[in-house]
Every structure is written in C-alpha cells, then in structure tokens.
Design a protein around this ligand. Structure first.
Ligand code: ACM
Ligand code: ZN
Length: 534
C-alpha cells in the first residue's frame, strides 16, 4: 500500500510547490533539532511512534554529520513575512527541513507534515504494510489572522477534562490558537473560586434541564453538575500551552449570572433565593450594580482568575443584560442618581467601565461581547461581535478598537446545518464589507462559538462542531484569494479520514448541505432540530 498526500492540507497554505521525488520515513530517520525546540521534537517523535512503530532518535542539530534521512527543526533569526506563527517546509528525498522564527511556527510545520503523511498516520497502533511517503516540495505558510478561536460553553453542559483536551488536540491540528472557555452562565458555574466555595457547592449543580424547543415547559428530571478545580484548570492550561493555544476564560457578567446568584443571592437586586436555572434563554435577575459588595465579589473572583490564567486576556461577557430589575431596585437607582447616569443602559456602561479599569490596572486585556460596546467605554477592550450593533462595531474599528468577529449567521456552531450549511459557512469573511483597508488590521480574526444548550454529550458536541470548525480554521488562516470551496471539499474528504481514525463524530456530506425548505423557515431552524450524533 502506498499513497502520497500532497495537496490535502487544511487550512490551505500560502505557497506550495510540489517537485519530483519523495521522502520515505523509516526507523532510521532521525530528528535533529535546535535546543529550544526539544519539546516540539518530543511532540513530533511521540506523534509518529504509534502508527509507524518507529521510535525516532532525537539529536541536537549541531551533532548532524553526513546526510542520513532526517527531519530537521530549525529556528531562523529573521521573521520576515512569516511573522510570529509562520514557517517553511522543504522536503527532498533525504531531508525534511522545517524552519520558523519561533517555536510556534515549527509546531505548525509539524501539523502540516502530519497532513502530508498518509491519513493512516493517525492510527494509535502500528499499521503494517504501508510506506510512509511524503512528496518532495517547498512550502511557505503563515496565517491571515492572529486570532483563530473556538469557544466552548460548558456552563450549559459540562464535559470535563478529557473532552477539553481532545478539543485542544483538534484545535492544534487545525492551527487554531485561542480557546475561549465560557465557564459561567445562568445554568451553571464551572470553575472553583477558593474565596467563594458556594459557587461550586451550589452553582455547579442544577436540578434538571429543559427538554425540547426553546419555549418548552418540559424538564428531564435529571440533575446535571460538574466543575473544574483550580488544579484541573492548571493542567488544562499546561496542555494547551504545549499546543501553542491560549486560553481565554469567560466570566459572563452582569447578566447570565443565575448560577452565581443562586450561590450568593445578596448579589442580586431582589436578594431572594434562586435556583440554578433549568431552562435556556436569558433571565431577568442579573447582578445588582447598586451594591458595592457586587464589585468586591467580582474583583475577588477576577483576582483568582488572573492568578490562574497566564494569557492575561479575560472575557467578561456583557451580553443580553435585561434591565428590568435595575429599574425598580433602590440601590441601582441611587447609583444612577449619584453617578449622574441617564438610564439603565448607562448603568451597564458604568459597570463595564469599572470592571475594565480594575482589569487594566492588573495588566489584563478585557474582551466583551458587542452588546456591552457603548460610546464612552474606557480601557479599549477587545470587542467580540456576534449580533446587532454592527454600526457601533464599525465605528469602534475606525477609532482603533480591536474586534473579533463571531457573526452569528455564520459562525455559531450550535445552529443547525439547515440554518448554516457548510457552503454558507465557507463564504464567511471576518472583514466587514464596508470597512476601508486601513482599518483591516483591527479585525484580529474570528471565533466560532459552540454554545452548549443542545450538546449534552461528546458525540453531539463533535457533530455540531465538525466539519464547520474546519471551515473556520481555513478562513482564519488561508489568504482570501486562495479560498475555494470546491478545493476545500476535496481536501476535506481526506481530512475526515483522519477523523474516522481518531474516532471523531462529524456531520456527513449530506447533513452539512442543510435543507432548502427548512432554510426558508430559518428562524425555526436557528437552533438544532437535527438529531445528528446522538
Ligand atoms: C451570545 O450569543 N449571547 C453572545
Ligand atoms: Zn440593584
């Protein structure tokens, strides 16, 4: 059996020239690497071992003599157009040379090398009777955007460490570099905060869960719970770091906070006992902006978050905040009066400004959903655009604000394939049409959110995520002019053979086409009506 994979790279590379001849990986192949690249060399060696059965020897590059069959990992002094994450690969019959200005580029070069090998390389047991061939070629590659993200909502359904690690592995394969972790919401608080133990004791458990459509009154009668200890979080951060992925935790405030209010009811306007929510949508009870103890609580929570997460980027949500309670709350109304605020919208602005100022002071970059974007917002947060308010977002970009695009029409992975079929997802471009070129640099990139209401298990989670996330990986990396859906589909066929071997559940080519009739009723097909993967 032999097969040469030479054009099946996703995300499609910037420059690829295939030449004649082939490199054959054998047990005699050695890995030569710069000292700083020891960890990625080990990663490569460990990746190649199970399927090939070859336990390749790693040596320092300066020890190389002669021209035996080798994979050479080399850092270059000059960044040039490769930028922070770029790399080059040159393959001749004797040598594979991967070079990059930084270790992350070498790591991405290794992911590309992975895709140049036959898909059988993904097996976790030795594959007999296969020659591990790679076509001779030259490749130069670097990403279009610096922010290529995947968001996982574990507040609605908790999946646990193994699932998160699996997703991080797949992100690495796709050269995605930001893992946005939605850890708190109305239906669950999933991260241990030592100063406030009730967030876990109470906030991480709900009695039951809504079944059926968004407006259904049905509940499943089954409790759901789960949370990460700070040790778990550290373990996952390390795992992500080895894959050059930054983790951005989201503590969604002041709305989407029923789980926190169930744990500490005094943080609300009304103060009465709450249950962790058992249904979806958004909720009237939000954090009280009038009470100082709310700010004290949040600052203490955020301090622990800052101590844990090394990326120094914290997402504070700010989406879908209902203002009803604030209107009738004496504390909120007093705050409004004392601060000279016109209305409850300005009260949210006051809240956001205070939290951003706190984070900025501790050298943290803040991310907000675009709902919280208002004129007079201080601290220059990164704005994540999802829905409505496009005009304000364009204004923000023109004033030098940085934006991540998660347009819900294209990038929401919880939406049904009828609402967002694969072809439509592929059309998505993070750069807004009306944006002049001089502002393009403020579009940091894109992120695909995987909201968790309808993904109670890993199979369903994978089915909603893939193959759409593979599309977004290509959009985030590949030059706009090189995008081509037909070419993508061909490459995807081979790519998915790897997923078969890795045991990942994905929507098949028929399912991702969606359904024209259903699409006509798109409001009703916004969320998942399909049964895939369950
Ligand atoms: C959101 O989908 N509520 C950001
Ligand atoms: Zn209040």
């Amino acid at each position: 059996m032999s097969s040469i994979q030479n054009t099946n790279i996703i995300p499609g590379p910037v420059l690829l020239k295939i030449s004649t001849g082939k490199f054959i990986l054998t047990e005699g192949t050695r890995i030569y690497s710069d000292k700083e690249l020891l960890k990625v060399s080990e990663y490569l060696k460990n990746f190649l071992l199970p399927a090939t059965g070859n336990n390749l020897i790693i040596k320092e590059r300066k020890e190389k003599i002669g021209n035996d069959s080798s994979i050479n990992l080399k850092l270059t002094d000059n960044e040039g157009k490769l930028g922070f994450e770029g790399y080059t690969i040159e393959i001749s019959p004797k040598e594979i040379n991967i070079t990059a200005p930084y270790p992350v580029g070498i790591f991405y070069g290794i992911q590309t090398l992975r895709l140049l090998l036959p898909p059988e390389i993904e097996n976790n047991v030795k594959v007999e009777g296969i020659e591990w061939q790679i076509a001779c070629l030259k490749l130069e590659d670097f990403p279009r955007f610096s922010w290529r993200g995947y968001m996982l909502d574990e507040a609605r359904h908790f999946h646990g460490k193994d699932v998160v690690k699996k997703m991080l592995d797949l992100m690495a394969l796709l050269k995605l570099n930001k893992f946005h972790w939605h850890l708190t919401d109305d239906q669950g608080w999933r991260i241990e905060i030592k100063k406030y133990p009730k967030l876990i004791e109470i906030g991480s458990k709900r009695e039951e869960t809504q079944e059926g459509s968004r407006f259904s009154k049905k509940r499943d009668g089954l409790s759901h719970s789960g949370y990460y200890t700070q040790e778990d979080i550290q373990e996952i951060i390390e795992y992500a770091k080895d894959r050059f992925i930054q983790i951005i935790p989201e503590i969604d405030i002041p709305g989407h906070t029923r789980a926190a209010l169930a744990s500490y009811p005094d943080l609300s306007c009304k103060g009465y006992p709450f249950r962790v929510s058992t249904h979806w949508g958004f909720h009237k009870d939000v954090m009280c902006v009038g009470k100082e103890e709310v700010f004290e609580f949040l600052q203490n929570v955020l301090k622990e978050i800052i101590d844990l997460f090394p990326a120094n980027i914290i997402h504070i949500g700010g989406d879908e905040v209902l203002k009803e309670r604030w209107k009738s709350c004496p504390d909120c109304q007093l705050r409004l009066k004392n601060e000279g605020l016109k209305n409850e919208k300005e009260l949210q602005l006051y809240f956001t400004n205070r939290i951003i100022a706190f984070l900025t002071n501790l050298k943290q970059k803040t991310v907000i959903w675009n709902d919280a974007l208002k004129k007079n917002l201080g601290g220059r947060p990164i704005c994540q655009y999802w829905f409505r308010g496009k005009k304000e977002v364009l204004e923000y970009l023109k004033n030098g604000g940085d934006v991540i695009i998660s347009d819900f029409k294209y990038t929401y992975l919880d939406h049904s394939y009828s609402f967002t079929p694969l072809k439509l997802a592929y059309k998505f471009d993070p750069i807004p049409k009306k944006l002049e070129e001089k502002y393009h640099k403020h579009v940091l990139g894109l992120e695909a959110p995987m909201w968790g209401e309808y993904t109670p298990n890993i199979k369903r989670l994978e089915w909603q995520t893939f193959p759409r996330l593979i599309v977004f990986a290509e959009i985030g990396w590949t030059p706009q002019l090189k995008k081509n859906f037909n070419s993508f589909k061909e490459r995807l066929d081979t790519f998915l053979k790897r997923f078969d071997l890795l045991g990942i559940n994905y929507a098949n080519s028929r399912e991702v086409k969606g359904n024209v009739l259903k699409r006509l009723f798109k409001v009703f097909t916004l969320l998942t009506e399909e049964k895939g993967g369950t």
